[in-house]
Structure formats: C-alpha cells, structure tokens
Design a protein around this ligand. Structure first.
Ligand SMILES: NC(=O)c1ccc[n+]([C@@H]2O[C@H](COP(=O)([O-])OP(=O)(O)OC[C@H]3O[C@@H](n4cnc5c(N)ncnc54)[C@H](O)[C@@H]3O)[C@@H](O)[C@H]2O)c1
Length: 256
C-alpha cells in the first residue's frame, strides 16, 4: 500500500482480467478511487468487490469500449459517483482468433474491423470522453495499453493486432502533444509477453510456453503486477515530466 494516487479518481478499461485487473488493484492500493469497467459483468463486479474487500474504493461499470455511448456513460459515472476523473488506464484489448496465423492474406475484413474497433477506436473514444473532464479540472494523466507489437512486426502472423496496436502509438503521441500545454499527460505502455488469461489458450501446448518464455532476455514472462506498477507510476505525479512515450515493459525484448 502506498499513497502515490491519494485523492485521485481513476478509470480502468478491461479491468475484469489480467493487466487491467492488476492495474485497478494497484491504483486502488495507491489510494485512487477506481471505476472498474469491462464487457465481462461477472468478473468486473468481482474485481471491484475484491478491491473493496481489501480496503479500497471501487465501483463496477459495464463497458464495451467500441461503443461511444457506453464510453461516455462510463466516464459520466465516474463524475456522478466520485465527482471527478484524474487518471485513466485505457487497457481493454483483444487479439482476435488465435487458432491459426492471421497474416495479411488470412485476416478477414470482419476480424480487421473488430480489432480496430476495440483496440484502436476504443482508445480514441475513451480519450475523447475522458479529456474534457480532465480539462475542466486543469489536468490529468492517461495510459494507453499498446504492445511490443506496436514496436516490431508480428512474426506469428497477427497482422491486424499489430496494426491496431501500432495505431495506438500515433494516437497517443499526437494527443500528448495536443494536451501537454494543458497539463494532461498521455503515455502508452508496450507490454511484452505477460502471463494473463489472454495467453492461457496458447499454453495447452508446453512447447509454446517454452518458446514464449525464451523470447524475453530476462528468461521469463512478465507478470500483470509488474505492468501495473509502471502504470501507477506513469499516472502519478512522480512522472510529471513524462508524456508521449511508448514505454516497453518487455524484459529486454525490444532491446535485442
Ligand atoms: N498479456 C500480454 O502478453 C499482452 C502483451 C501486450 C499487450 N497486451 C495488451 O494488454 C491489454 C490487456 O491484456 P490482458 O493480457 O490483460 O488480456 P485479458 O484477456 O486477460 O484481459 C482483457 C480484458 O479486456 C476485456 N475486453 C475485451 N474486449 C473489450 C471491450 N470491447 N470493451 C471492454 N472490455 C473488453 C476482456 O473482457 C478482459 O477482461 C490488451 O490491450 C492487450 O492487447 C497484453
């Protein structure tokens, strides 16, 4: 427990699972009041409940980030319930079908549109609703979940995922420049291979787990809590000079 976010209100998307859930827990443990949002009502409710049970303050708001009306409603809930919005971790994302390579030729138009709607447009919709509230309060901080797939091409054929995650960096940097003079910092994190439910479906196969584990120079996958720690720092006033960065959290993967 710390106090890096004492008095602040934070909204986290995709907070029912994995990185988003760890982020919500960490932000709450640093003193933030947290609006937990997700399309998964059951796990989202549970995440908010667990935070409250541990002594934190959180509410759950159902949210599909690809739906502009739902995004606006979620941000308004933060204002209605907690009176403000200081921080946002725009984290919800999906990798799409995983059963076969989704290369340039295999990706369907429907898959492309869905990945762009959730991973890229979802982040823009969130910022479009969050930033006006932060401007009213003369400041705020936002972290967007990108990926190492934003920094390097996908060797496993996830073309649309990589494109959507790369787009987040253009969006983050441009918005960061736009709002830096008005005291809103906007950064992106680029996680590498992080152990979350997103990966569980691959690890039916021990060989896949072994290969993935060997990809990061630190010799292991990262944890959602390690990512959440960086998110908490970027959202805190300790990172007051940091805006517009793409922050790798990848055990050295992109240093190779
Ligand atoms: N785990 C990794 O190795 C890794 C690496 C790089 C980037 N990321 C990114 O981090 C983010 C979180 O990934 P994770 O590993 O925790 O995955 P996860 O599957 O454990 O969690 C993703 C959460 O997002 C929610 N979600 C999906 N679509 C949504 C939508 N339309 N609206 C709102 N919520 C939605 C899901 O219900 C789930 O709770 C994603 O953006 C992912 O692309 C993950």
């Amino acid at each position: 427990m710390g106090d890096r976010l004492e008095g602040k209100v934070a909204l986290v998307t995709g907070a029912a699972s994995g990185i988003g859930r760890a982020s919500a827990v960490t932000l709450a443990s640093e003193g933030a009041k947290v609006v937990v949002t997700d399309v998964d009502d059951q796990d989202g409710e549970e995440a908010a409940h667990d935070i409250c049970q541990a002594g934190g303050d959180a509410i759950f708001q159902p949210l599909d980030v690809a739906d502009a009306t739902q995004v606006e409603t979620a941000v308004r809930r933060s204002i209605d319930h907690y009176g403000r919005l200081d921080c946002a971790h725009n984290n919800a994302g999906t990798e799409g079908p995983v059963e076969s390579s989704r290369g340039t030729l295999e990706t369907t138009e429907a898959e492309w549109d869905r990945l762009m709607a959730i991973n890229l447009k979802g982040i823009w919709l969130c910022m479009r609703s969050e930033i006006p509230r932060m401007l009213e309060q003369n400041g705020g901080a936002i972290v967007n979940s990108a990926s190492i797939s934003s920094l390097v091409g996908s060797t496993s054929g996830f073309v649309a995922y990589s494109a959507s995650k790369s787009g987040i960096l253009g969006l983050t940097r441009s918005a960061a420049l736009e709002f830096a003079p008005r005291n809103i910092r906007i950064n992106a994190i680029c996680p590498g291979y992080i152990t979350t439910p997103l990966w569980e479906k691959y690890f039916d196969d021990e060989a896949v787990e072994k290969r993935v584990t060997g990809l990061q120079p630190i010799g292991r996958m990262g944890t959602a809590e390690e990512v959440a720690e960086a998110v908490a720092w970027l959202l805190s006033d300790a990172a007051s000079l940091v805006t517009g960065v793409a922050f790798p959290l990848d055990g050295g993967f992109t240093a190779q």
